[in-house]
Design a protein around this ligand. Sequence first.
Ligand code: URA
Length: 211
Amino acid sequence: MRLHVADHPLVAHKLTVLRDAATPSPIFRQLVDELVTLLAYEATRDVRTQPVRITTPVAETTGVKIADPSPIVVPILRAGLGMLDGMTRLLPTAEVGFLGLRRDEETLEAITYANRLPDDLSGRQCFLLDPMLATGGTLVASIEYVLARGARDVTVVCLLAAPEGLATVEAAVGDRAEVSVVVAAVDERLDERAYIVPGLGDAGDRLYGVL
Ligand code: URA
């Protein structure tokens, strides 16, 4: 597993405002959108391209376009949905799939409650969107889901990760596939309720204004 922590003052500034409990939902949503666009730039660094001949007003030349089959962007519902626009702004030709996984608050295990993905993901670059990599349970289940459909190149875009969750993903994935995690920051730890510390609270609740 490759880990990329975005090291940029704009990312750090926006993340600080997100963390602030006084930031209201509309501002929170706007900042998530902006932050994901910055992370998307890093996450798409290895997006596959293919050559294309074009004619400029001056001459013929060879450029590149995003290769076929197109990448697929998969927000993990519910909170990952808040990251979709920021990601597809940079990858407008990507297909979008959906995966609904939630954490059982007692067992902390991931439960799949919805999915809308092609059966065959072989040869597709998959971008999974989930703001909080906490225990890693949801993310491991999501990665397993796309690997079972043939994906071998998976990039996860998160706002925050806990060291415990990163270790869980690393141990689960092993060398079965190319998995990269792009994150704005790695925080200190998880608390006893599996919240990221210092974190930003429940990302879904803060995105959608649930108090
Ligand atoms: N999910 C969240 O939304 N926040 C956390 O801190 C952990 C998991």
